[in-house]
Design a protein. Structure first.
Length: 294
């Protein structure tokens, strides 16, 4: 086996581990007995510290290139904080599987919104994908009433997807010059400052076992997967990274079944298959289109 093949295999292992850990973050919405905002705040605080150490250990500087970039980092951090709060809230209201499926509407949102930003024409197949995802989400809804927690959880999950889509598009347009750990350091640091005034839990009242879960979430399930993900990007094609990332709802649902005993209903499986299959289809198609244009 030559060195290139070894590097690709290593990158693929890093990528699957990163996506598995990203899927595992969902478990903490149920395991940590705090509000979605408090979980996000403490997660971001821990992750920011660890990411700063990762950047320094890799001998890169923490400082950004210009004052404009600090303003962009501020905006991205606020959007990320809103994404993570709604992400955890979605699963607290519904279930891990349903919350993650609702969130995974973001790849289709991206292909529908990005042409508006770039000035390109929206293609008919993308509209079909949008309707397919809509049908998938409808299959998840138990009743058309936001008074139902599951329905509200789905709505909040889709909102989280919208925030994540906005963050990705803005990051790609204005902040892609920075490495993953450096970019995420600023976003988690800004999120910590932004969310701090609205925290509802007193730090000294948090039990020791809960602190253990918060540290696990911040270090192993936030900082570590971002570092692994960045490393994998250097070895693998963007297409491979995108397709493997679509396994996140599957990993999350399996982990929820193993550790929380959450079962999947037939409608949830069907809706999830429609959403995730469409996300995979759009990911593959967008990568083929990008390759043809270059």
């Amino acid at each position: 086996m030559n060195q290139t093949s070894q590097l690709k295999q290593s990158g693929l292992l890093e990528l699957h581990l990163a996506v598995l850990l990203f899927g595992g973050t969902a478990l903490f919405s149920k395991l940590i007995p705090l509000s979605a905002l408090d979980i996000t705040l403490l997660r971001c605080f821990i992750a920011a510290l660890v990411l700063a150490l990762i950047v320094k250990a890799s001998k890169h500087r923490l400082l950004l290139n210009s004052g404009r970039d600090y303003l962009i980092a501020l905006g991205l951090g606020i959007v990320v904080s809103l994404h993570w709060v709604t992400y955890f809230a979605s699963m607290q209201l519904s279930s891990i599987a349903i919350g993650m499926i609702a969130f995974f509407t973001y790849p289709v949102m991206t292909v529908l919104i990005e042409p508006i930003i770039t000035g390109n024409k929206i293609q008919r197949i993308d509209v079909v994908s949008g309707f397919t995802v809509l049908i998938g989400v409808i299959l998840l809804i138990p009743e058309a009433n936001l008074g139902n927690d599951v329905t509200l959880g789905i709505a909040v999950g889709v909102l989280s997807a919208a925030f994540f889509t906005a963050r990705n598009l803005l990051h790609k347009q204005y902040f892609s010059a920075y490495s993953g750990p450096q970019a995420m350091f600023y976003q988690t640091a800004v999120a910590t400052v932004f969310l701090a005034p609205w925290h509802t839990v007193e730090i000294n009242t948090i039990e020791q076992n809960v602190w253990g879960l918060i540290l696990l979430l911040g270090i192993v399930f936030t900082a570590a997967p971002h570092a692994l993900f960045t490393s994998a990007l250097r070895q693998l094609s963007a297409k491979t990274v995108s397709l493997v990332s679509c396994l996140q709802p599957f990993y999350g649902a399996v982990l929820a079944l193993l550790f929380l005993g959450e079962n999947l209903e037939v409608k949830t499986v069907l809706g999830g298959l429609l959403v995730v299959a469409t996300a995979i289809f759009e990911t593959r198609r967008s990568r083929r289109s990008y390759r043809k244009s270059n």
